[in-house]
Design a protein around this ligand. Structure first.
Ligand SMILES: [Mn+2]
Length: 400
């Protein structure tokens, strides 16, 4: 396919013949879907199910994240023509079967019912063997998503990029609060705190419940790569849930956030951090409130790539949410000799380009994430348009 295919491609949201492949549909035309993927509810053969949870009634300050999933879909149309930059030629859209699963349905006037619906929504996707890529929505949605994943994987390693740790004490089970989801998750035993980390923090934390903090000053002083390495080593081979709060970025880069805090990460630092996470056992990712998508746990278990993790060579894989639909897919992919990340190459445990299902899957997912986060929203070619899209005339942010 090439750009000339724009003459025939239109509405890939419902006409795309395959779950894989680039798209040359005119950016300004057609029905919007996430990265021009096909909309659908059939999860057969799907590697990653992208879904939106447009819920923003648990925010402290400015609302607006309910408009996030729709805005991401529209902005993502610009990212479907080229393979991702900076990933050694790897092209996630061509190698991963991605489906736009649509948004979660809920009654906006029955707020108390929403968390349980999110839990069930994620469980449905995971039971079908697909990975969840969730677009928020405020950060309260992460608590039920963590519940769904913990049921499958046990206590999970949380990697959270955020200006806040969201560990403010909250022992009222009837509250739904974007700033306390992490406290509740720890109290419920959903998170393995010894394996978890907060990155980009710029707010005072009296007790972070055992979760490591790499604040924004550390990222600026030591570099995003070094921090990513520390986070990766802490997570080890434990299943990871990645949560990216958009306010992890400095307001200069993401002015639409509902809770801006100065001194945050730049887009470049965030891109480096996410890329350098390659090798973790990503089970799910979520973007909400101030953060990005979470990835789901995989239904299938594949051997953890020894060279990309701390696990023993004989150990069975833990959660590969991003696992391929069939083992053969991985074999074929590996046979194409895609370059591995630096972290993997450094391993002495195996061939540098051998099959590493989980590591690849995690990296693949992060590539998709990176494209969304940094390119769609900060591409100078439509900066003004994005600025308008990300905050409405009343000044409300779409993210927080
Ligand atoms: Mn935050």
């Amino acid at each position: 396919m090439a750009l000339e295919d724009a003459k025939t491609q239109i509405d890939h949201a419902f006409t795309r013949p395959d779950l894989k492949g680039l798209s040359f549909e005119n950016v300004f035309a057609g029905a919007p879907s996430f990265l021009r993927r096909r909309y659908g509810k059939d999860l057969t053969g799907v590697d990653i199910a992208v879904t939106g949870i447009p819920f923003d009634q648990a925010v402290t300050n400015r609302p607006g994240t309910r408009l996030g999933p729709r805005a991401i879909r529209e902005a993502s149309a610009l990212q479907t023509v080229d393979p991702a930059f900076g990933w050694d030629g790897f092209s996630p859209l061509e190698e991963l079967a991605i489906l736009d699963y649509g948004d979660m349905a809920f009654d906006y006037a029955h707020t108390a019912d929403v968390p349980a619906r999110i839990d069930a929504h994620a469980a449905t996707i995971m039971e079908a063997g697909a990975a969840c890529f969730v677009m928020g929505g405020d950060h309260s949605i992460t608590l039920p998503l963590l519940r769904a994943h913990a049921k499958k994987y046990g206590p999970i390693a949380l990697i959270q990029v955020d200006a806040h740790t969201d560990t403010w004490p909250d022992d009222d089970p009837s509250r739904i609060d974007h700033g306390t989801f992490c406290y509740t998750a720890v109290k419920e035993g959903l998170i393995d705190t010894d394996r978890s980390a907060h990155v980009g923090i710029r707010t005072v934390v009296e007790d972070n419940l055992g979760i490591a903090i790499h604040d924004a000053r550390e990222v600026h002083a030591t570099g995003a790569e070094a921090v990513a390495r520390a986070v990766r080593e802490r997570a080890g081979d434990t299943a990871v849930y990645l949560s990216f709060d958009i306010d992890g970025l400095d307001p200069a880069f993401a002015p639409g956030t509902g809770t801006p805090v100065w001194g945050g990460l730049s887009s470049a630092q965030a891109a480096v951090f996410l890329r350098e996470l390659a090798g973790i056992t990503l089970s799910e990712a979520t973007w909400s409130r101030s953060r990005p998508p979470s990835i789901r746990p995989a239904s299938r278990r594949l051997p953890v790539p020894t060279s990309c993790s701390n696990r023993s060579a004989s150990g069975a894989g833990r959660d590969v949410d991003m696992a391929p639909t069939t083992p053969r897919d991985w074999t074929d992919s590996a046979a194409r000799g895609k370059a591995m990340t630096g972290a993997c190459r450094e391993s002495a445990d195996g061939p540098p380009n051998g099959p590493r299902p989980e590591g690849r899957r995690a990296r693949d997912f992060l590539r998709v994430l990176g494209r969304l986060a940094w390119r769609t929203r900060h591409d100078p070619r439509h900066g003004e348009r994005d600025r308008a899209a990300w905050s409405d005339p009343a000044g409300r942010g779409l993210w927080r």
